[in-house]
Ligand binder design. Structure first.
Ligand code: BES
Ligand code: ZN
Length: 625
């Protein structure tokens, strides 16, 4: 398979012009439908070709009592005699608009409200207008924001955080909310005394006496990377590059868990080019955070559910760090190009894990990822158009694009390339790509053109078009096998035939081995004996505890796990865990119990998780009133 010599680099790629393509009709290449490139972002009202933002100066007041932000967003803009500039907003009250250095009051127009897109805010421009200033307020229901009461944050103080990706930045800030539009920012944020505010920017390390904070982000970023959190936070630095922000009760355990962070930055920079964001700090959020992690530049947000006590879930840190190249430095132009962010990032993540830990470790992660992919392909069907890397999310919520297709099929594309053309080739391609497109956005078509221009065979060997535009999994996809997991297959086979839980030797199993083992549990497994011997419902590892609960629901071992499951669902708000567990309960004919648990837990979930779970219940005839 290995065609090590197939790749000779021409010097041309260094000087390749930015490949802006004209809109063409769908063309066909060997039976694969290649859609016209759409650098037009259908998820934003902004028209950046006419007028776009360049710099934001933000002044925010955080009001915990009313659960609103009140702000003045002053944008420096770029245009060439444009008649107007268009912003995205959702659930924002626009108080007034001013233009120019002098801040002359000015007219504006709000478009009609759309459930997904929100409302456009159109501001007429004069030829000389270079600044527009928007005075606004959020509403308590603004979707990006989660306001936690002191009780919910389990501190004596409240907590607030934002989650902007994919298109929720517009719910806390009027902005041109498209991944293809970048701007720098500085901000002043006023919070109640005693609390600390942090942003995706240069951050304070100590609490300010006055509750007044100042931030700067000197690198241009898209709006979905705007982020803020306010709460009882403390900081603990590792060294020159990284550190941890967390509520005091988790600070020490988090700092221990993520101690390899600086090593990861070192390894990643050696592999993929210089780290361009100066610092990489980590903010540990309360357990209601709806995602595992979010790559907010200079300050990655993470769920506390990865603090397992044994550093077994640090791939998440490697993942969010990897976005400092794939995603934050070179950004998907639209959400249809999401795989450029996530597929690349999973590849970088596993390369980092291999270097910092071992190749045996990253092979296990690779195989778990492969299982996820096969499951998604089976659920959707091999021919489903959502199994293409290049997505089509127009008129849909980009959240629907968060499936293992972008992540794991994207990963496998690069991994298969490595197998065919050699690791060196892939490293050179990635380095050249990140250098060429630094602080820019990229469409799938640009990457494909770039790649075909570099590969000596023009990409025909691997079948670039089939990989990117075809459905299902190409037949040449790399298939890995972890030796550790192969050994577990023996254990599982034995368990299936003799049902003897006492005979399982789990010495030296890592969390990944537990995950593999639990996913593969035989139909006839003695769950009571497993629970009795390994206390799985009380495990401190949320990843395999969630798998265990799913298995229990599937296999009808329900009463004994009722209490720990209820506790888990009420304490954790991470969507990836919640949706399969609520679905599992419903499938196990526990609809009413699930509904009762949800009624209690729902106020503690972020709107992103609430939305997904509301839908599950609505499909089963339960509507939130
Ligand atoms: N950027 C994503 C999270 C995201 C994607 C939020 C799309 C909103 C829309 C983040 O980098 C991510 O992929 N998180 C994963 C963890 C990762 C280890 C696969 C998650 O949250 O599970
Ligand atoms: Zn990611």
């Amino acid at each position: 398979m290995r065609i090590l010599t197939a790749l000779i680099f021409s010097a041309i790629w260094l000087f390749m012009p930015a490949c802006k393509q004209s809109t063409a009709d769908v063309k066909s290449s060997g039976g694969i439908q290649i859609p016209a490139p759409d650098s037009v972002d259908h998820h934003s009202y902004a028209k950046p070709d006419e007028a776009r933002v360049d710099h934001l100066q933000l002044d925010l007041r955080v009001d915990f009592k009313e659960e609103i932000l009140e702000g003045v967003a002053s944008y420096t803009i770029v245009h060439n005699n444009a008649r107007e500039i268009i912003f995205d907003t959702k659930d924002l009250t626009i108080i007034e608009v001013r233009i120019g250095q002098e801040g002359e009051p000015h007219s504006f127009k709000m478009g009609s409200a759309d459930d997904l897109m929100g409302q456009s805010l159109t501001i007429p421009l004069k030829p000389e207008t270079d600044i527009v200033t928007i005075h606004y307020k959020t509403q308590p229901t603004s979707e990006a924001l989660q306001w936690l009461s002191p009780e919910q944050s389990r501190q004596k103080t409240p907590f607030l955080y934002t989650q902007s990706q994919a298109m929720l930045a517009r719910t806390w800030l009027p902005c041109q909310d498209s991944p293809g539009i970048r701007f720098t920012y500085d901000a002043r944020v006023r919070v109640p005394e005693g609390l600390m505010a942090v942003m995706s920017a240069a951050n304070p390390t100590m609490v300010s006496n006055t509750g007044d904070y100042f931030f700067t982000m000197e690198q241009p970023i898209p709006a979905y990377l705007m982020a803020m959190a306010v709460g009882n936070l403390e900081y603990r630095p590792y060294g020159r590059m990284a550190g941890i922000y967390a509520q005091p009760d988790v600070l020490l355990s988090a700092a221990w868990e993520f101690e390899d962070t600086e090593k990861m930055i070192e390894v990643a920079s050696a592999l993929f080019g210089p780290y361009r964001w100066e610092r990489f700090d980590i903010l540990v959020l309360p357990p209601s955070f709806p995602y595992g992690g979010m790559e907010n530049p200079r300050l990655t947000f993470v769920t506390p559910t990865v603090i397992a006590g044994d550093r077994s879930l640090t791939a998440l840190i490697a993942h969010e760090l990897a976005h400092s190249w794939s995603g934050n430095l070179v950004t998907n132009a639209t959400w249809n190009d999401f795989w450029l962010n996530e597929g690349f990032t999973v590849y970088l993540e596993r390369r980092i894990m291999e270097m910092v830990y071992s190749s045996a470790w990253s092979r296990m992660e690779e195989e778990l990822g492969y299982q996820d992919l096969l499951k998604t392909l089976k659920e959707k069907g091999q021919d489903h158009s959502d199994t293409r890397l290049k997505g089509n999310l127009d008129n849909r919520n980009p959240d629907e694009g968060i499936s293992s297709i972008a992540y794991e099929k994207g990963y496998l594309f690069l991994r298969t390339m490595e197998e065919m053309y050699g690791r060196n080739a892939v490293d050179n391609i990635l380095n050249a790509w990140f250098r060429k497109k630094a602080f820019e956005s990229a469409t799938t078509e640009e990457f494909v053109t770039f790649l075909k221009g570099i590969l000596m065979d023009g990409g025909s060997g691997i079948g670039v078009d089939e990989w990117v535009y075809g459905t299902g999994l190409p037949s040449n996809a790399f298939k890995s096998r972890s030796e550790q997991f192969a050994q577990l297959d023996e254990v599982l086979k034995k368990l299936e035939s003799d049902k003897n839980v006492a005979g399982i030797d789990t010495t030296g199993w890592s969390a990944l081995e537990w995950m593999y083992f639990l996913r593969q549990l035989p139909e006839n497994a003695d769950l009571a004996a497993l629970e009795q011997r390994f206390n799985l419902s009380a495990s401190g590892n949320a990843e395999y505890k969630a798998i265990w609960f799913e298995q229990c629901l599937q296999k009808g071992f329900i009463q004994p796990i009722q209490k720990p499951l209820t506790e888990f669902l009420t304490q954790v708000g991470r969507r990836k865990f919640l949706t399969p567990l609520y679905k599992g309960m419903i499938q196990a004919k526990q609809l009413d119990t699930a509904w009762d648990i949800y009624a209690k837990a729902r106020p503690g979930y972020h709107s992103i998780s609430r939305k997904a779970i509301d839908e599950i219940f609505a499909d089963n005839g339960k509507k939130i009133s």
